[in-house]
Write a protein that binds this ligand. Structure first.
Ligand code: NAP
Length: 285
C-alpha cells in the first residue's frame, strides 16, 4: 500500500535504466511481506552529494549504488563498514535514524554464488581476476579474506591493477601479482584454479566480444567465471565450456548481493530460488 508508513528504498546510478535491482528488490519485499518500495533514481555525478542528503531528509531506508558512484559516495557517508571499508567500494547505504552507513555486498554475493552454485572453496587456491574496477576490487578483497592462496591481476590499464595490488598488501598483508605480457598470461592460466572476468567485455549489446585471456592454456578442472549476466552465458563462458571447463555466470552474484542488501535494510534474507525464477522471467523477455 502506498501510504505514509511505506518505506522508500532506491538505486542511485548513471545510467540506471538497465538495472534489474528495482524489479529484484520489489520482488524481495513482496516475498517477505514488507511494506516498502524501491525506485531507480538517475543521479548524475555532480548531484550525488544532494541525492545522499535526500536519503536523510526523505527518511529513506537506504539505497544501492551503481556505476559511477560506488567509490565517489564514500566522503558523504557517516561511516563505512566491513568489505566496503577495505575495498573502498560501497554498493549499499543503510539509513539508521539519519546516520548513513556504507557496505559492500558484491564480494560476499560472489562468494556465496561460488560456494553454492559451483561448490568451489577458494581456500588454498590460485585465482586470476580480469579487470580493476569496483567489482574486481570487491571480489579480490573477499576471496583473499576467504583464504585464496595466490591472486593474479590482469587489467587493461596497468596502473589500476597496481593500485589494487598495493591496497591488498596494505590492508590485508597479501601479495598479489600483476600480469601484463602474453607469455606471463599463458603461465598464469596454466596454474589457475579460478579465472574471473570482472570487466564489462562481452556484455549486451556487445555480446560477441570476449576478454583477451588464453583459456586454452588453463589446466583441467579450472573454474571460469563471468560477472556479466546479460547474456546469461557470455561467449567467453561458452568457449570455456566447449574447452571442457566448469563455468559460472554473473546471475548468482546478482541475486546474492541483492539478497544481502535486502537483509542489511530489513534484517531479513529473502529466499534465493523465487527471486532467481522472477529474474529469469524478466531476462527471458
Ligand atoms: P568498472 O568499475 O567500470 O570497472 C571496469 C573494469 O573493466 C576496469 O578495470 C576497466 O579497465 C575494464 N574494462 C572496461 N572496458 C574494457 C575493455 N573494453 N577491455 C578491457 N578491459 C575493460 O565496472 P565494475 O563495477 O567493476 O563492473 C565490471 C563488470 O562486472 C560489469 O560488467 C558489471 O555489470 C559486472 N558486475 C556484475 C555484478 C553481478 O552482480 N553479477 C556486480 C557488479 C558488477 P580500465 O581500468 O583500464 O578502465
Amino acid at each position: 500500500m502506498i501510504q505514509e508508513t511505506i518505506k522508500l528504498y532506491g538505486l542511485f546510478g548513471d545510467p540506471v535504466g538497465h538495472s534489474l535491482s528495482p524489479f529484484f528488490q520489489n520482488e524481495a519485499f513482496k516475498l517477505l511481506g514488507i511494506n516498502a518500495v524501491y525506485f531507480p533514481f538517475h543521479v548524475k555525478a555532480e548531484d550525488l552529494a544532494g541525492a545522499v542528503t535526500a536519503i536523510r531528509h526523505l527518511q529513506m531506508g537506504g539505497v544501492n549504488l551503481t556505476i559511477p558512484h560506488k567509490e565517489a559516495v564514500i566522503p558523504f557517508l557517516d561511516k563505512v563498514e566491513g568489505d566496503a571499508a577495505l575495498s573502498g567500494s560501497v554498493n549499499t547505504i543503510v539509513n539508521r535514524n539519519g546516520e548513513l552507513a556504507g557496505y559492500s555486498t558484491d564480494g560476499e554475493g560472489f562468494l556465496l554464488s561460488l560456494q553454492r552454485e559451483a561448490d568451489f572453496d577458494p581456500r588454498g587456491k590460485a585465482g586470476v581476476i580480469l579487470g580493476g574496477g569496483g567489482a574486481a576490487r570487491a571480489v579480490a578483497f573477499r576471496l583473499v579474506q576467504d583464504g585464496l592462496a595466490a591472486l593474479y591481476l590482469v587489467n587493461r590499464g596497468a596502473e589500476r591493477a597496481a593500485v589494487l595490488r598495493e591496497d591488498l598488501r596494505k590492508h590485508l598483508g597479501f601479495q598479489a601479482e600483476t600480469v601484463t605480457s602474453r607469455a606471463e598470461l599463458e603461465k598464469t592460466a596454466a596454474v589457475a584454479d579460478l579465472v574471473i572476468n570482472a570487466t564489462p567485455v562481452g556484455m549486451y549489446p556487445e555480446s560477441q566480444r570476449m576478454p583477451e585471456f588464453p583459456l586454452e592454456h588453463c589446466r583441467p578442472g579450472c573454474l571460469v567465471c563471468d560477472l556479466v549476466y546479460r547474456p546469461l552465458e557470455t561467449m567467453w563462458l561458452k568457449k570455456a565450456r566447449e574447452l571442457g571447463f566448469s563455468v559460472l555466470g554473473g546471475l548468482g552474484m546478482l541475486i546474492y548481493q541483492g539478497m544481502l542488501s535486502c537483509q542489511l535494510w530489513t534484517g531479513r534474507m529473502p529466499d534465493a530460488e523465487p527471486l532467481r525464477a522472477a529474474v529469469m522471467r524478466i531476462l527471458d523477455r
